[in-house]
Design a binder for this molecule. Structure first.
Ligand code: PLP
Length: 385
């Protein structure tokens, strides 16, 4: 990932910055094509993981659609060249303005999360004299076995329509004449590393699919969302997730009717391993019980460790000294501004360059200006020449 000439180019750049290895992205997309698109699956890339235009253009080129969770993301997807007919719009709190953006562009489908939202979309579509295609986001009550901040498919989560409310929603639908029900949608969580939760999801989706079709609806879209995890512990050995196993599982367990297509919304697994946060050691501090390496990136550039206790591998790119134990910390005035604790890395000095790995997803998009931190650059491997 970081041959000498890449590290040499890093020396001339102002840190911190995000670095995207587009070869990793392209190899990942090839696997998705080979195992997913070839099976006839529709795969929407979840923009919320990373919305860099350059990244989006490459993903679009590979044949993926877009999954958006805000009006801003819908506009960005269109700007990147996605067709409106490839854009799905999810989210538990769609504002009127955002719904209007989606209606004006006649996007593919709204993934709807509550009875009240159905009424609002119906009424706005009516005012515009148009019809909205919708899928019901159903809460399958499947435990994704991931960090509790990123499970989304349990009854206690705010997302989706719970099973006990399904009948009343189906009864309400005939009155909502500006809505066309085309599918069902699920999303059980993120960074799901074991496949078992997806197997449970398939079972639930099959049941609900049969049930809703038995009520006289024709569902053409079975959308099982995203959530497939990446290997944060071994980003080099596992730079591409096992898409063969992932799509094969759905092939085995989902029961599609002849008029139905399977849809996915993958975010992290598409872009996660392509990105790194490149940062410089500002200071080293020898404590009585701890050594600290203070780097020039902080939770303002990468909040995942502070927000979800996420682990990122740290590679020292410019030191080959013997290993030493450090807490690698940022400059922000919060104790949670710590990337790793008690990690063994080659001894570092002021000015050494460090890569925080697997940051392509939910990294740069979550940056903030807390402490009035400056904007940072995004560098792509094809910029380096
Ligand atoms: C976040 C999200 C995704 C993408 O999740 P990943 O874990 O990044 O694959 C897909 N669908 C919906 C509705 C989401 O909210």
């Amino acid at each position: 990932m970081f041959p000498n000439q890449v590290v040499d180019s890093f020396r001339g750049l102002k840190t911190p910055f995000y670095y995207y290895d587009l070869d990793v992205l392209k190899s990942t997309l090839s696997e998705i094509k080979k195992h997913g698109l070839k099976r006839g699956y529709h795969i929407h890339y979840a923009l919320k993981a990373n919305h860099q235009l350059h990244v989006l253009e490459i993903i679009k080129e590979a044949g993926l659609g877009a999954d958006c969770v805000s009006g801003g993301e819908i506009n960005r997807a269109l700007e990147a060249g996605f067709e409106a007919s490839q854009i799905a719009f999810a989210g538990v709190g769609k504002s009127d303005d955002e719904i209007l953006v989606a209606l004006e562009n006649d996007i593919f489908c709204f993934n709807c999360e509550s009875p009240q939202e159905l009424e609002v979309i119906n009424s706005l579509a009516g005012k515009m004299g148009t019809k909205a295609r919708i899928a019901l986001r159903l809460n399958p009550n499947v435990n994704a076995d991931t960090h509790h901040y990123i499970t989304t498919g349990l009854n206690e989560n705010k997302f989706g329509i719970n099973e006990e409310d399904l009948d009343s929603v189906l009864n309400q639908l005939p009155e909502l004449s500006n809505l066309e029900l085309i599918g069902i949608h699920f999303h059980i969580g993120s960074q799901i590393e074991k496949l078992t939760p997806f197997e449970q999801l398939c079972e639930k989706a099959n049941q609900l699919n049969n049930y809703i079709e038995s009520k006289g609806y024709e569902l053409t879209v079975i959308n099982v969302g995203g959530g497939f995890g990446i290997n944060y512990h071994h980003p080099n050995e596992n730079s591409i997730p096992d898409f063969d196993g992932f799509f094969e599982l759905f092939d085995q367990h989902i029961n599609l009717k002849p008029h139905q297509k399977l849809h996915f919304e993958l975010g992290r697994s598409v872009i996660g391993q392509s990105g790194s946060l490149i940062t410089k050691v500002l200071y080293t501090k020898e404590g009585r019980t701890k050594n600290f390496a203070v780097v020039d990136a902080g939770m303002t550039e990468l909040i995942r460790p502070a927000l979800y206790q996420a682990l990122h591998q740290i590679d020292v790119l410019t030191s080959e000294l013997p290993p030493k134990k450090y807490d690698v910390v940022g400059p922000i005035c919060e104790s949670s501004d710590t990337f790793r604790k008690d990690i063994e890395i080659p001894e570092v000095r002021r000015g050494d360059i460090v890569a925080i790995r697997s940051c392509g997803a939910y990294g740069e998009v979550m940056k903030s200006t807390y402490n009035l931190r400056p904007q940072i650059a995004s560098v792509f491997s094809d910029d380096l020449g």
